[in-house]
Design a protein around this ligand. Structure first.
Ligand SMILES: Cc1cc2nc3c(=O)[nH]c(=O)nc-3n(C[C@H](O)[C@H](O)[C@H](O)COP(=O)(O)OP(=O)(O)OC[C@H]3O[C@@H](n4cnc5c(N)ncnc54)[C@H](O)[C@@H]3O)c2cc1C
Length: 372
């Protein structure tokens, strides 16, 4: 059987592309190599401005039912500073990726996409006017269109982002859940600490989610100072340098184990190459400091699906750049400010006046509904 689209990866980007194309009557094969549900390195925060996007994905109602409490104040913890926005508003909510990604994938299946999982696409070759995707069990999937939605953290395999030579500025990402703790209700602080940045948020099931990125040189120094495994040393470094995290997590208990990945590759990559479309993180990745990656992944797939259905796929790369490049560049500026001079970052008048940094990405390019 020949599919209209072979979609590689069922993260937010792959599942939303699959749902939209299947809804438009395309025969869609969605292939995912991981066994779901799976945890993932991610802050898990979804901004309120993303709710229309989740609605378009058919998961807004279950998302709100399962997610953590409403974030009503954003803030910044850096050095001794513990700043919180004076005004309360609805910023958004957090939900573990072990729940969100299953919701998005199931919505794609309900729309008619056929799921192959857990199964890895190991190669994609040309086949007449279409493509042949090879699965790790030896089977092949023939398709007219191939969409790579496989994220940006694979260093091996098909469409992997290759590792550059190690550099002190390489960024490693960590994530953990905690129970107990003393993070004030409704508060989501951005963390700026020497060599890195991160976030704390109340997520589902009463947990607190900590996620962060740290430069290789800062991580090496933390390991030399605190010993233990990389994740433990990074947590000790954040606790020691950031009073707000000490106050929030000092008495908290680690739930499960730390997750880690890296080096990660924030930046803009190919959106179309050799007849294959790229969407989500593989096409471009913002520094997670703006907590917009999931939304951007879904929106880039919305854009792609809309253009493919309208037979205008050739304009995707250009349109993508127009919509997402400003967010990626702005996030990079903020991330470097936070990492280089955390205390100065916290005292920047602009940040004090506008702790809505976390909504910045949305404001820069506007959130558009993704319905195709
Ligand atoms: C520290 C940190 C904190 C973050 N916090 C937030 C946040 O609070 N809010 C937010 O919105 N974003 C956040 N992000 C960003 C967010 O996690 C990503 O932007 C998002 O996961 C991208 O979605 P995606 O679908 O493009 O890729 P992914 O979620 O990576 O999904 C890709 C999928 O493809 C599968 N796959 C890969 N290769 C193959 C293959 N060959 N065959 C089959 N399947 C394959 C993988 O198993 C995976 O499931 C954070 C990121 C980091 C590093």
């Amino acid at each position: 059987m020949r599919y209209d689209a072979l979609i590689i990866g069922s993260g937010p980007a792959g599942s939303s592309a699959a749902r939209l194309l299947a809804q438009a009557g395309w025969r869609v094969a969605l292939v995912e190599k991981a066994e779901f549900p799976r945890r993932k390195v991610c802050g898990e925060f979804i901004s309120a401005t993303t709710m229309p996007v989740l609605k378009d994905c058919g998961v807004a109602v279950p998302f709100i039912a399962a997610a953590g409490p409403l974030v009503t104040r954003v803030g910044i913890y850096a050095g001794k500073a513990m700043l919180a926005a004076p005004r309360e508003q609805s910023w958004g909510r957090a939900l573990g990726r072990e729940h969100l990604d299953v919701m998005l994938r199931d919505a794609a299946r309900t729309a008619g996409a056929e799921l192959f999982a857990p199964m890895e696409v190991t190669a994609v070759t040309r086949d007449g006017d279409g493509f042949l995707g090879t699965l790790d069990d030896g089977r092949s999937i023939a398709a007219r269109t191939v969409i790579a939605a496989c994220g940006s953290w694979n260093t091996k395999g098909v469409f992997a982002v290759p590792l550059d030579a190690p550099s002190p500025s390489d960024l490693f990402a960590f994530k953990a859940h905690f129970s107990g703790g003393a993070l004030p209700d409704g508060l989501m602080p951005l963390l700026a600490f020497p060599g890195g940045y991160g976030g704390l948020v109340h997520t589902d099931e009463g947990r607190i989610s900590l996620s962060c990125c740290i430069r290789r040189d800062a991580m090496t120094a933390a390991r030399a100072r605190h010993g233990g495994k990389a994740a433990e040393a990074v947590l000790a470094h954040i606790m020691e340098t950031t009073r707000g995290v000490q106050a929030a997590l000092g008495d908290a208990g680690l739930q499960g184990h730390f997750l880690s990945t890296g080096p990660i590759h924030p930046g803009i990559r190919a959106r179309f190459s050799d007849g294959i479309y790229f969407t989500g993180n593989i096409a471009g990745e913002a520094h997670p400091v703006i907590a917009e990656g999931i939304s951007m992944a879904i929106q880039s797939s919305g854009l792609l699906a809309k253009l493919l259905i309208a037979h205008r796929g050739e304009t995707y790369a250009k349109e993508w750049k127009k919509r997402f490049a400003p967010r990626i560049r702005a996030a990079s500026v903020f991330a470097h400010l936070a990492m280089r001079a955390p205390t100065r970052f916290a005292s920047l008048t602009a940040i004090r006046a506008m702790p809505g940094l976390l909504g910045l990405g949305a404001r820069l390019s506007g959130k558009a509904p993704i319905s195709a």
